[in-house]
Write a protein that binds this ligand. Structure first.
Ligand code: ATP
Ligand code: MG
Length: 311
């Protein structure tokens, strides 16, 4: 039995004003996550990732379809499904009146877990919160609050850990601590579902990846297969000046750095000739293997037909 099963999940938000179209936040999304997987859910802003997680967590109802957690339907068997899940929400929500330790104890109580102080101490330690245990939630910085959200999600040792952009606005040190801790729990058998815009994190951590765009599933593969299927290589160089339109259309540009997908030596030759002909000077030319960000951009830029199928 899969840990998570999304079955033809759609979510439509009605239009807010007369004449405006309804918003299809999710369109027939079906996917399964097996127990013990470290699974990545990627997609641009507004793709539907948080909507899918809200439905999984029972915070929002699907318009059609259903979601099971270890066989328990999140709507008809909510309590059982919810107990199996630890969800770190994207938005920082917290109760300002309690200390960190109190809020973790309250969360334990909510899940009916008694005498949980040993695990709470381990969570506080592992997430670098030990010296903040007595602090009021209000007094914490943004990154610290996010650590508390992670601790809250894990307080009942859920079999399935769901992290919605847990590292947004988080410093390098906590990211490393957090990933070491989550990786340890995953090794112990906990299933992990992660959304992130840091694609190097997803590439390093996730065994399989789903890519969503406009509520539609565009890719669902092993990370290694995605990387292998990619444009084989990337031509990278520095440039002062504007790219010719034909090259700009396929380029990934960060400041002066330009990266172009290339499949063979002839393509490299052609790109460099085009630039030279345009009177542009390129510096620091190198060729590297494609990474997950290249694959992601390739998948997102594929043409979609009106029916949503890939052309
Ligand atoms: N309550 C709501 N009412 C109407 N539209 C909504 C509501 N919640 C989300 N949406 C819309 O649904 C779409 C998907 O939003 P969602 O938050 O799931 O995206 P996301 O993939 O999590 O994006 P991000 O990377 O920015 O977090 C967006 O177009 C969003 O505006
Ligand atoms: Mg989101």
């Amino acid at each position: 039995m899969p840990a998570l099963s999304f079955q033809s999940v759609s979510k439509t938000y009605p239009s807010r004003s007369a004449g405006a179209p309804a918003l299809h936040a999710l369109k027939q999304v079906s996917l399964e996550v097996q127990e013990g997987e470290f699974f990545g859910l990627l997609g641009p802003n507004g793709a539907g990732k948080t909507t899918l997680i809200s439905i999984l967590a029972g915070l929002s109802r699907p318009t059609t379809g259903r979601v099971l957690v270890h066989g328990h339907d999140v709507q008809t068997d909510y309590a059982a499904a919810r107990r199996l899940l630890g969800v770190v929400p994207q938005e920082l929500v917290f109760d300002p009146f309690f200390t960190v330790r109190e809020s973790l104890r309250i969360q334990s109580g909510y899940f009916g877990v008694k005498h949980n102080d040993a695990w709470i101490d381990e969570l506080l330690d592992s997430l670098g919160l030990a010296d903040k245990a007595g602090s009021n939630m209000r007094q914490l910085s943004g990154g610290m609050k996010r650590r508390v959200l992670v601790a809250q999600a894990l307080v009942h040792k859920p079999r399935v850990i769901v992290l919605d952009e847990p590292t947004a606005g988080v410093d390098v040190e906590l990211r490393q601590t957090l990933w070491a801790f989550i990786a340890k729990l995953n090794k112990q058998g906990h299933t992990v579902l992660l959304t992130t815009h840091y694609l190097e994190e997803a590439e390093a951590l996730c065994g399989r990846i789903a890519m969503l765009k406009n509520g539609q599933l565009l890719a669902l593969e092993r990370t290694s297969d995605l990387l292998r299927s990619a444009t084989s290589q990337v031509l990278r160089f520095k440039l002062d000046g504007d790219l010719p339109p034909a090259v700009a259309a396929i380029a990934r540009v960060t400041g002066r750095i330009v990266q172009l997908p290339v499949h063979n030596a002839v393509e490299i030759e052609n790109h460099l000739t085009t630039l030279r002909t345009a009177g542009l000077v390129v510096e620091d030319v190198e060729i590297r293997q494609a990474d997950l960000e290249d694959v992601f951009l390739e998948v997102m830029n594929r043409k979609q037909t009106a029916s949503g199928a890939l052309a």
